[in-house]
Design a protein around this ligand. Structure first.
Ligand code: DX5
Ligand code: ZN
Length: 218
């Protein structure tokens, strides 16, 4: 099975966002990854609803929204309204994760939980059934173009085992430093979905970069 590929808009040319979204529409990418940052949870700001509202009507791929913000639950309703497919919230800002994931599903979105590099996958043992997706960060969130943290491969294997042992359909996604070298290792370790920002948008031929990721097989 080939991995789900979710190019991250964070690395697109912000002066030509429409072109970037249309390029993704025409590509074999599966989703569009949207990185929302608040400058509090992560040391950077990206973009918010004005951009999401502009992109949503022209984007033909499901929106995979990664919220790097301290209070994501405030935005369940507006995110559902702009057509979010997967709402990813960070474990590290979620004291009542079970309730949060249930509320995301009740709003008609897929529930995603994201783990920072230092957070072990075992913290999800008692809430995995509520996760439609788990996103493992393979860099510290906040910036595109960072170096892949290799320990993520071991985490990916452990999470794969947890999902399979329970017979769940939870999608295992990895984000950060994904490229032609790290993607095969991740897929081999059990990743179902790959986020790729600088690798896709910085590539001379983004369609080829996407097709190369899609050609992997686990
Ligand atoms: C980092 C973001 C990533 C980022 C990935 O905080 O969550 O989605 O765009 O960028 P690359 O693929 O360049 O590491
Ligand atoms: Zn992301």
């Amino acid at each position: 099975m080939s991995p789900i590929v979710s190019p991250s808009l964070l690395s697109a040319d912000f002066l030509h966002l429409e072109e970037s979204v249309k390029m993704i529409n025409q590509s074999n990418a599966d989703w569009l990854h949207i990185d929302v940052m608040d400058g509090v949870f992560v040391p950077n700001l990206s973009f918010g609803f004005p951009i999401l509202e502009a992109i949503s009507p022209i984007c033909r791929k499901p929106l995979d929204v990664h919220l790097m913000i301290v209070d994501p639950l405030k935005f369940i309703e507006p995110l559902a309204k702009v057509g979010t497919h997967i709402m990813n919230i960070h474990y590290e800002v979620s004291p009542h994760l079970h309730r949060s994931l249930t509320a995301i599903r009740a709003a008609g979105m897929k529930s995603g939980v994201t783990l920072n590099p230092h957070t072990p996958v075992e913290v999800l043992e008692d809430v995995l059934e509520e996760c439609d997706l788990v996103l493992l960060m393979s860099v510290n969130p906040g910036f595109g173009g960072q170096k892949f943290i290799h320990r993520t491969l071991e985490k990916t294997r452990r999470l794969r085992r947890m999902i399979d042992e329970r017979g769940l359909e939870t999608i295992l996604e990895v984000d950060g430093g994904v490229n032609a070298t790290t993607a095969p290792l991740l897929v081999e370790a059990g990743a179902d979905a790959l986020v790729a920002g600088s690798y896709v948008f910085g590539h001379a031929h983004p369609f080829e970069a996407i097709d190369g990721l899609k050609a992997l097989c686990r």
